[in-house]
Design a protein around this ligand. Structure first.
Ligand code: HEC
Length: 107
């Protein structure tokens, strides 16, 4: 086997793995997951949760910085915001995308 062939195989492999990562991202829809899991509280203000669309509420929270908001989403907050917002299958990256979606919809 020449080194050129090896290189071609390596490139083909990289291409395939890049495609499957992209497909995974496509399958995740931040808005849809928000509607399915977070909306029950954040769309209604249930349990005094900050409602998506309430600009002042989210401006104040945004002052803590995005990192803190995401961290509190992952660990939960004050015993009323449940850890991971009850989305057990969401990765940290996916939760970050949902928080971004919530902020974009509010600010
Ligand atoms: C059972 C109700 C409930 C669900 C479900 C829920 N939240 Fe929350 N969330 C809350 C409440 C209540 C607070 C306010 C907590 C406080 O400030 O003491 C909150 C606060 C937050 C905050 C602000 C954190 C901060 O540091 O101020 C973010 C961001 C957030 N939630 C994201 C999410 C995301 C993303 C989901 C879905 C994956 C979700 N929440 C699902 C109730 C919920």
């Amino acid at each position: 086997m020449t080194s050129k062939t090896l290189l071609t195989i390596a490139c083909a492999f990289l291409l395939v793995s890049a495609t499957s990562i992209a497909a995974e991202d496509d399958a995740f829809d931040a808005e849809q997951t928000y509607q399915a899991t977070c909306f029950a509280c954040h769309g209604t203000g249930a349990a005094h949760s900050p409602e998506v669309g309430d600009q002042i509420e989210w401006e104040i929270r945004m002052e803590k910085g995005m990192d803190t908001l995401v961290k509190n989403t992952i660990t939960g907050l004050n015993g009323i915001m449940p850890p991971r917002g009850l989305c057990a299958t969401c990765s940290d990256e996916q939760l970050t995308a949902i928080v971004e979606f919530m902020l974009e919809s509010s600010l």
